[in-house]
Design a binder for this molecule. Structure first.
Ligand SMILES: NC(=O)c1ccc[n+]([C@@H]2O[C@H](COP(=O)([O-])OP(=O)(O)OC[C@H]3O[C@@H](n4cnc5c(N)ncnc54)[C@H](OP(=O)(O)O)[C@@H]3O)[C@@H](O)[C@H]2O)c1
Length: 335
């Protein structure tokens, strides 16, 4: 297997001064890849030089990934301190954050987590694999007080040292404006959907200005996302002619152009793949052949508001449609 020296992978400095790799591996197997396939890819990724992993309790594979981490530690492939392990608290555990975190730490066999995320900013819960039209009657609009109460449990775990950094995810500027003054420990990063046709420029700039590092999920436009997340109007980012033309001039796959753009713009992409050739090339792309300023400028024009994770299943009774989740008119809908 091709190996990339982790020391050659550029680092990003968080607000705390801590350095983390500029790319990580996603571990959401969607409905298509089994926990065994995902954990085998994690094993290969560690060996090829990845040090940052994006996990989540709700991905249903943390115990298998933990076996892989344990084996890598036991075999001396990597030391725990050299991995940056991120995981997330799912919506149904907002009142039981400690229990969720302790389970993830146990499953991942990692002693502590480098980043614990609030996966979504509200407790609206849906059964795994439910259809997009299903609604949970308990779902409610966002509440800043509820968020702060969940976040305080994160801060307690931070004080205890079980969590080294706190992350937020799937936020909007109005929600950030409402909650940031209520938080004692500033979030180190925000995970948000980012790919060439969905650049979220305003939110990206807001986070950067606040010293909160953006982490970009679905950096390739998630061509294997679950069936329920595919809509007719969605654009396939990697098929866009401008991106393909830049890829041709670099003699590489458009996926690698999307990742180079992400890094050079300043977000940390977390691409997923179970295929060795792909995940090796995704890491290697960070170490060579950058895009030119002109190519970066072309990709900046590819914004198409192509949101792929719309979040329909989190809507509350009385909400119009999924746009209500994203506060597009500059205020928190439903409050
Ligand atoms: N915080 C959140 O709410 C949230 C939401 C969604 C995702 N995430 C995180 O973000 C991660 C990434 O998102 P994602 O997995 O949905 O989408 P993605 O990384 O944009 O796309 C993954 C797919 O791209 C293809 N691919 C990967 N590398 C490639 C390469 N070098 N060349 C060609 N194709 C390549 C693979 O498809 P093939 O198998 O067809 O090759 C793979 O299944 C997730 O795994 C998860 O950790 C977080």
């Amino acid at each position: 297997m091709a190996q990339i020296n982790p020391a050659d992978v550029p680092k990003v400095t968080l607000g705390t001064g801590e350095q983390i790799p500029c790319v990580g591996m996603g571990t959401f197997g969607s409905d298509r890849f089994s926990p065994a396939q995902v954990s085998a890819a994690v094993a290969g990724a560690i060996r090829c030089g990845y040090r940052l992993f994006d996990c989540a309790a709700c991905y249903g594979n943390e115990d298998q990934i933990g076996e892989v981490f344990q084996a890598a530690f036991d075999e001396g492939v990597v030391e725990r301190k050299d991995l940056f392990i991120m995981t997330k608290v799912w919506n149904d555990m907002h009142q039981r954050v400690e229990e969720s975190c302790e389970k993830s730490v146990r499953d991942l066999k990692c002693g502590y987590v480098d980043m614990l995320f609030i996966h979504w900013p509200f407790p609206n819960y849906h059964a795994p694999n439910c259809g997009v039209d299903s609604r949970n009657p308990d779902s409610k609009p966002f509440s800043a007080e509820e968020f702060a109460s969940t976040y305080r449990q994160f801060e307690a775990l931070y004080d205890r040292g079980l969590v080294r950094n706190i992350g937020i995810s799937n936020m909007t500027i109005p929600k950030l404006e409402a909650v940031l003054p209520l938080l004692r420990v500033k979030p180190a990063v925000c995970e948000l959907e980012l790919h060439p046709c969905f650049q979220q420029k305003e939110l990206f700039d807001y986070l950067t200005e606040k010293g909160i590092q953006p982490v970009g999920f679905m950096p390739l436009g998630s061509p294997q996302r679950p069936e329920r997340d595919i809509c007719e109007e969605d654009i396939a980012d990697l098929q866009v002619p401008e991106l393909r033309s830049i890829a041709a001039s670099h003699n590489c796959h458009p996926a690698l152009v999307a990742l180079k753009w992400a890094r050079q713009r300043g977000q940390i992409p977390i691409p997923f793949s179970v295929h060795e050739l792909e995940y090796v090339s995704n890491l290697k792309a960070m170490t060579e052949d950058p895009l030119t300023d002109e190519e970066m400028a072309v990709i900046a024009t590819l914004e198409r508001n192509n949101r792929l994770v719309k979040g329909q299943v989190f809507l509350w009774e009385g909400a119009n449609d999924w746009h209500d989740l994203w506060d597009e008119d500059g205020f928190i809908v439903g409050v």
